[in-house]
Design a protein around this ligand. Sequence first.
Ligand code: C2E
Ligand code: CA
Ligand code: CA
Length: 854
Amino acid sequence: MDPISDNDLSTRSHVVRQLIVVFTGLLMVVLIVGLGALYRIAGSLDQREMAQSRFHAESAMAQLQKNERSYVLTHAIWQSAFDHLGRGVDVQWAFDEDNVGPTLFTADGYVGVFVLDDDGSRYAMVDGQLSDASFAHYSPQADLILSQARQVAAKQQATSGYFQFGGQPALYTAAVIQPPSMPHHLPAPRAVLVFVRRLDTRLLEPLGRAAGLSGFAVADRMAADGAKGTLPLEGSGHTLTWHIERPGSELVSTVVPALTLAGVLIGLLMTLFARYAIRASTGMDRSHEQLAASKAALETSEERFRAVAEASSDWIWETDADLHLSYLSARFAELTGHKADAWLHRPITELLDCDTAQLENWLHGLAASHATGSLRCQYHDHLGQQRICRIAARASFDRGVCKGFRGTSSDITDEVAAHAQIQHLSLHDALTGLPNRNKLFRFLEQAGQGAVPQAIALILLDLDNFKPINDSLGHPAGDAVLIEVARRLGEITRDTDLVARLGGDEFIIVLSRPGQRVDMDRFCARVVESLQQPILAEGHSVQVGVSLGVALSAEYPGTPSDLIRYADIALYSAKSAGKHTWRYFSAQMNEALLEKRVLERELREGIGRDELVLHFQPRYKVDGTTVASVEALVRWQHPRQGLLRPDRFIALAEESDLIVQLGNWVIHDACAKAKAWPVAIMVSVNMSPAQFSRSDVVRDVAEALRQTGLPAHRLELEITENVMLNDVEGALQTMNALKELGVRLNMDDFGTGYSSLGYLRTYPFDSIKIDKRFVQSLGKSASDRSVVQAIINLGNAMGMTVTAEGVETAEQLALLSDDQCHEVQGFLLSKPVDNDALIRLMLTRQPSAEMPTD
Ligand code: C2E
Ligand code: CA
Ligand code: CA
């Protein structure tokens, strides 16, 4: 009982006591009046008690019906029920799979479950058994129930009432079976689901108790006696009965003899006390009722919570303020293998462990800031294996005081493993296991950072005799040579050096402490000597040689690509000098630097002179015929060198602000061309990460859309994850703003970057493109296939479209199709072509069948 009603009671009893004093004084005068009043009061008390208990009984029954109706609706308004029972009867689904089956009897207590239609019942389960008997066998009221249920069907409501079921009083609830939303043009559904519950003491007893009434039962209408409360159950031929208190009559029978025997005074006192007692008991009844109602509400909400908890793939936990677990959803046991009981009342910090933060501090931080957060943790499952999970949590408060925490835990072990695998493959060459170009660049960038950039020697190696070996002895022999070369290079370098394979027969060695020229010479001589030793490949002894080009950053500092270019120039000179030797990059070879500057100037002028041109390469659905989008790839019509591929000038443009000008030209031209295409297909535009940091891409994209009139949904931007490297927050904001414009975002070159998975989760990408390096080794390397599969799975898990680029062979396409990749692009399907050729392609192929319009 709440404190207010306690107060109430004590004031009341105080008043009562005063009244007693007054009444005692006026004892004689009011004796006669008092007696008369006593009888009147007694009568009305009885009546009130009767009316009140009847009201409670009615409410209890009304609530029962309401609950029953909402329960039947959970089974009737259900797409699956409509599919399986709406038009025909799928007994397998309904009974055998227990969708509308035995559990309704065993757990919920429905003695009858029927599906009725105009021609009788088509599904009948009685006492948990399938029954051949029709509904009419149990009750004559089928038509009435059908028509009632159909009347309220449009409002997605159910109907309920009492009737006789097999001669026994029972409650039916009925609702038309229909899908959650019914297309208007279809005929209204007609089949009706009926649940029947017997009105027996097992049902009624607790119901009555909850309403504060005792002896709740049904009786034959005739048999009901006046000493009981009664409520006719319309339709069932029965009456609900319960015990009633008769406080008035009791009062009289107690007080009158007392009056005669012990005197008026005692009698009056008794009356007053009795009245007080009655009021108090009425008050208690009322709080009883409130308690029952709030308990029921609590139970419903708990049930709802449990349903959500059980349906989710995560498990849900709760702790008290001391972080002791106080609740674990049923999924906990399924997902971790631990028994929930074994963990309840133990600190969550014993279960979960976190590398990056102290779980305890983190939770308390959430409480302090009233925030919701998520944290990566690990735990050991019942087999002792480490699993990784993402915890989401928030604190719960009671009157401002933190009284515990609750949250979810999602298992991300597989995701993390896939990610680690992708990362390894993105940094290593699958054949030799050596670091690849990505890792090399990372290494070089690290060496170049810091106040005093570390002096390094970058040595580019090219095997002199490799191609003929590969061609004459076959790929397996070639592979064996490459693996042996990798091994030997590993042998002659130190741990602090780096040996990488760039692809083909090109290797790079980075020496972190190159020393003097003499030391370098000695090292290079060792490399040449080591690789000149015969190599055993597939049973053949072969001899390769090597030429080396060396770039020393102490003499010619530069970006990683600069250093590689210098080494390449030096290598060229070494080869011209007769192979099996090495050369250092020097000022005499400086034309490269010069050429770069010239090219940059020419590009600047070239953009102004409209020398850039877009080529287009379609991207297809994995069926290989439907075009999903067309990617714009920039080319430069150089006045002397001819048509240049972007590899020649994008990096150059990125080193200066030219990239902004170039990027804007591309977006604008791509939108304008797309707008004029004969079919309204999406255009994908590559964006350089440098554009993000050096210009307002949101404004530029919006401007291009506005000027060309291309609808935003026809533009997709392809962005590599490097965009996120420098300014994580800024990039996120920009991308969200781009999404708000309505353009799509595609993560390009997925798998080659730094930390793809984290970015994928945070950033609003619609799709990912698997880098062509993975695609091209499909069919050659099993591990690359599993990476491709892992990426496709990740994409699916995150609801993103997955494209594979660089598809060159039918075999690759078949494997991608098997692995359910969504979209493909590559020379096999179409090379990049100029705009005129693309339009011809669009017109010659049946646009309706192959190119979706919007
Ligand atoms: P990307 O975005 O990965 O584009 C795919 C590249 O792979 C294109 O080279 C395309 O011609 C090539 N390709 C397509 N199918 C195949 C195939 O089956 N096999 C092989 N081996 N290659 C295939 P492209 O046109 O030389 O472009 C190279 C890169 O230059 C692009 O890589 C992109 O990063 C960049 N790029 C191209 N256009 C633009 C642009 O307008 N802006 C910016 N910022 N970068 C661009
Ligand atoms: Ca691209
Ligand atoms: Ca790519």
